[in-house]
Design a protein. Structure first.
Ligand code: NAG
Ligand code: NAG
Ligand code: NAG
Ligand code: NAG
Ligand code: NAG
Length: 942
């Protein structure tokens, strides 16, 4: 059971047991003689029983998708294919395969038959050619030249057997699959090396000019067809018949009831066989139909390719009417079976009732069974969280043969194929890393990087052969298992860019293991157009060395910009060191926050006189402490849905966190059930207000200031995300939570929602989804799984606000502009940046700097979180943008001072740079610049 459970087709995975039950039910509910039959009509209806009382099932258990289903126009319904008029096409790539995994009993013999009627109506550009495999042994090449059926007899080696199509050209297709257990009376594989299978070449019921004989006449449901007259030498062949009531024969009576005979001889010619030395077994079935023939009266010789295989053959020699002969022959391209009367001795000419020609094929050993089982369970584990994943969809049949699954590398050693490499990086995979992965005995390289894996890193057995492991760019958490770090063969371990992973530096004492995090480049770089350009350049002009070199430089440069923290810093994160260069404060120094009494608060706020805002926590009032400090006082409203927990949360967090881009907590009051927090008053209000609130009406926020605010906020968030050994997720990043101090420095505020990121033991999913509409990470919303990347998404929205000066959600606008993200994305993708840029800053920005910010924002709002950058990446990009912007303005200033250019009092305008060509500066320049931050401070706060 276990073997099968781990091993059916991928689509079955999640319904594992139910399919098993179904198959068992199916097997039990059908007549005894049909036991074990599996009859599949691809894209067909369920539960059909045909005229031969065979019950058919659809293949939707293996492939529920309807997209590959096509109707075939059949000239006339024939019994051969039971009139089924649908085929399933598999739209797959070269050498890819799709398999039907069928339950079998080990050491039992089976007949398996696939039907491949070709339909011209769906002929694509390329006519299909594909291999048909039992397990990993090819049993036939199907092409579109006509109706085709492929059949073979094999001995099952496991509790399932794959029936596969391997693409060569065009799209493989299939209409029917029939699996038939062969009962005791079949002896096809008896006496043969167990490592062979028989591929049917022909099975003929001689003398029959009518219908194909099959089940129920043949309990094994072999198809006995009437002879193809072209194969038989036509000279005076007579069909004879007789009614037989009983025989010990292994072929149906109906088949034996007809035969052909000739006075002297007859022959069968096969000239279209495979043109290489192949071994064939030929079964000849004889039944003496003429009661007048006595033993010794019908004696003939049997020739195969001009060699006498049997001399003086007499059916009745042993007193029976029936005789069977099996012949072995090696043939190349053609076969000549001749039966000839022994002259002078025999009264009657030769007779033959039926024959079968089978090609003997070596049974190809599949991949190491243990590896296959483990790999199937790894696949199942991945599928549970990634149902529609394209890569996993292609993981069908044997993992290594005839070609390996995408992402696997295999090795043939000591007569067996083993899995040595698993690389599923950048495959958009979510959920836990399947722990079975550690059971791949021969695995040397494991690359899981650039996915959305969460949860703990699995433990590995000492026996593991792993030399290189890359776990970087996921959302893994917990500690790095000692069993992994200390693996005997491990030389490279990369776990960078997993914000929640903690590692004990002491485990890295062994210098052998290099923890390389420099390869920590993001997969989905935001600069899609750049990457495309690079790819094209790389692809077409590689010959030109100069171009290639330039290309390499560009690629490197692009990759380089997306590095996260490097491994060393990450390693040290356990020791409460963080990777942000812009601050030198010790995050762990004990900060004493002030405790206020209620009356002090009431005094400071003049009994809550000036309400300046409403937050998730409660109302915010302006106040002045006795020492003259202007403060904002947050009072928890009694109706607030958030409780004491949040209050404690903020207290605990704030007492430990200080950063120049975070609003510090000055004090708190928790007297008589009141929960009050005291912050410094931010005299320049919120970014939101500055962008499109009241303050924006008085004065447009200029681009360089926007840029520096974005950078400040990004630094603040980076600090949170990399804080000490825990990652703090803000959970409510939005422009109204980015406050501006008297110098227009950005300070991230409102930790009412924030919570320590889920740790080992916590269940991240148990948290209810919180956040603000318009900023909410769709992945967090759908999975309820909170990660630092949710903040990144929200921050991306903030960047879009900064660029466009628009609110993230506004249902006053036309329907397609409700959501800022949805509205802006198409413009960005088409490089029509100027159409989304805030009209208020038109002409006031450097195009390249703007592009940088646009690209970062686009990356941040990637639907799939693994494609979003980390906060440190964003900081780096914004720093670059700011440098570009500042250099540009310095340059313009210098031009100004030379006096060559007069720009109507403004020293800011856009320098048209590729890629986007921006419009020339508007005729009336905006506000005078540069902005003196101090002068901005005079703008009254909201
Ligand atoms: C299919 O079988 C039915 C009855 O068994 C017979 O009447 C019919 O002629 C057959 N059709 C073909 C195309 O052989
Ligand atoms: C044919 O080959 C099988 C083994 O593959 C052997 O058992 C059998 O005796 C052979 N028959 C003849 C006629 O050589
Ligand atoms: C059997 O042979 C007789 C003549 O010997 C013929 O009349 C009859 O139609 C044949 N039956 C079949 C089923 O071929
Ligand atoms: C055919 O059979 C012979 C003798 O059994 C064997 O030596 C040879 O390898 C076989 N050839 C193939 C192509 O299987
Ligand atoms: C087939 O074999 C027989 C007997 O060896 C021979 O007489 C005949 O010429 C062969 N036919 C062909 C087409 O080779």
């Amino acid at each position: 059971m276990m073997g099968m459970g781990g091993r059916h087709n991928w689509r079955l995975t999640s319904v594992d047991s139910s399919i098993l039950c179904l198959l068992i039910l199916l097997v039990q509910s059908i007549p005894a003689q049909q036991e074990g039959f599996i009859s599949i009509k691809c894209c067909g209806g369920k539960g059909q029983t045909d005229s031969s009382s065979i019950t058919w099932i659809s293949d939707d258990q293996w492939y529920p998708d309807e997209t590959g289903c096509q109707n075939i126009a059949r000239a006339s319904p024939d019994n051969y294919t039971t009139g089924h008029d649908k085929v399933r096409y598999f739209y797959i790539g070269n050498a890819e395969k799709r398999c039907y995994s069928l339950p079998t009993t080990p050491d039992h013999d089976y007949l398996i038959r696939g039907t491949f009627p070709f339909s011209n109506t769906v002929l694509g550009s390329e006519s299909p050619t594909f291999d048909v495999l039992v397990g990993v042994t090819p049993i036939g090449l199907v092409d579109s030249s006509g109706e085709s059926q492929v059949e073979s007899i094999f001995r099952a080696t496991d509790q399932y057997t794959d029936f596969c199509l391997v693409q060569e050209t065009g799209d493989p297709y299939i209409s029917q699959i029939e699996l038939r257990p062969l009962y005791d009376d079949s002896s096809y594989l008896d006496g043969k090396d167990s490592a062979v299978l028989l591929k049917l070449v022909d099975r003929v019921d001689l003398g029959n000019s009518g219908n194909t004989i099959r089940f129920p006449d043949d309990p094994n449901d072999r198809l006995w067809t009437s002879p193809d007259t072209e194969r038989v030498s036509l000279s005076a062949i007579t069909a004879i018949n007789n009614t037989i009531s009983k025989t010990a024969a292994k072929v149906p009576l109906k088949v034996l009831e007809t035969a052909i005979t000739n006075e002297y001889s007859f022959q069968f010619l096969y000239i279209d066989l495979e043109t290489r030395d192949c071994n064939y077994t030929i079964f000849l079935h004889f039944f003496e139909l003429d009661d007048n023939v006595r033993p010794g009266q019908r004696v003939f010789d049997i020739y195969l390719n001009n060699e006498k295989q049997k001399a003086n053959f007499d059916i009745r020699e042993k007193g029976s009417n029936y005789s069977e002969v099996a012949l072995n022959v090696t043939a190349n391209g053609s076969l000549n079976l001749t039966l000839a009367r022994v002259e002078n001795r025999s009264k009657f000419g030769p007779i033959l009732n039926a024959y079968e020609i089978m090609q003997i094929r070596k049974w190809v050993q599949g991949t190491n069974q243990r590896d296959v089982r483990v790999m199937d369970r790894v696949k199942d584990g991945l599928l549970q969280q990634n149902k529609e994943n394209k890569k996993l969809e292609g993981w069908s049949g044997d993992p290594c043969q005839p070609s390996s699954w995408d992402g696997l590398a295999c090795h043939y050693s000591n007569g067996s194929t083993i899995i040595t490499k698993l690389d599923i990086s950048s495959s958009q995979l979510l959920g836990q890393i399947p722990t079975m992965i550690s059971q791949l005995t021969y695995l040397k390289e494991l690359n899981l990087s650039n996915n959305g894996f969460t949860g703990k890193i699995p433990e590995f057995p000492r026996s593991s052969m792993l030399t290189a492991v890359d776990l970087s760019y996921n959302d893994l958490s917990g500690s790095l298992p000692g069993t992994l770090v200390t693996l005997p063969h491990l030389t490279t371990l990369n776990f960078g860019c997993n914000v929640h992973v903690s590692a004990d530096p002491s485990t890295f004492n062994r210098s052998r293991v290099t923890t390389d995090s420099r390869e920590c480049a993001r997969p989905g770089s935001p600069s899609k157009h750049n990457r495309v350009v690079i790819a094209i350049v790389c692809g077409s002009f590689l010959v030109a060395a100069a171009v290639a070199a330039a290309c390499l430089w560009l690629c490197r440069k692009k990759l380089g910009t997306w590095q996260c923290m490097n491994g060393k810093q990450l390693l040290m994160s356990k020791g409460a060191v963080y990777s942000i260069a812009t601050t030198n404060e010790d995050p762990l120094k004990t900060i004493n926050i002030q405790m206020f009494t209620l009356s002090q608060i009431e005094n400071a706020t003049q009994k809550y006189k000036t309400l300046i805002g409403e937050g998730g926590f409660g109302s915010v009032y302006r106040g002045t402490l006795s020492d003259g400090t202007d403060v904002a006082v947050k009072v928890r409203s009694s109706t607030s849905t958030q409780g004491t927990k949040e209050f404690q949360n903020e207290l605990n967090l704030f007492s430990a966190i200080r950063h120049e881009n975070l609003v510090p907590l000055i004090g708190y009051c928790s007297e008589s059930d009141q929960q009050i927090l005291v912050y410094p008053f931010m005299s320049n209000g919120s970014l939101q207000d500055r962008l499109y609130g009241e303050a924006s009406k008085r004065k447009t926020l200029d681009w360089p200031t926007r840029l520096s605010i974005a950078l400040g906020a990004a630094r603040g968030l980076t600090f949170l995300h990399t804080f000490a050994e825990r990652c703090i997720i803000h959970r409510d990043v939005k422009s109204s939570n980015i406050l501006l101090d008297h110098s227009m420095n950005a300070k991230v505020a409102d930790f009412g929602f924030s919570k320590y990121a889920p740790q080992e033991g916590d269940s991240g999913a148990s948290l209810e989804v919180r956040g603000t509409a318009g900023y909410l990470d769709p992945e967090y919303y759908s999975t309820q799984h909170l990660t630092a990347k949710s903040d990144v998404f929200s921050f991306g929205v903030v960047l879009l606000e900064i660029i466009s000066g628009r609110e993230p959600l506004n249902i006053q606008r036309p329907r397609n502009e409700w959501s800022l993200v949805e509205w802006a994305k198409p413009y960005i993708r088409e490089s029509r940046i100027d159409e989304i840029v805030d009209p208020g800053i038109k002409g006031g920005y450097h195009a390249e700097a703007m592009w940088r910010v646009v690209e970062v924002s686009l990356a941040c709002i990637e639907t799939f979180s693994a494609y979003r950058p980390c906060m440190p990446d964003i900081v780096r990009e914004l720093e670059d943008a700011l440098i570009i912007e500042n250099n540009a303005s310095e340059y313009m200033k210098s031009l100004d001072s030379i006096g060559g250019y007069s720009l109507g009092g403004s020293n800011r305008f856009s320098i048209a740079m590729k890629p986007p060509v921006l419009p020339p500066p508007p005729p009336t320049p905006p506000e005078p610049s540069p902005v003196n931050p101090q002068s901005m401070a005079s703008v009254a706060p909201r």
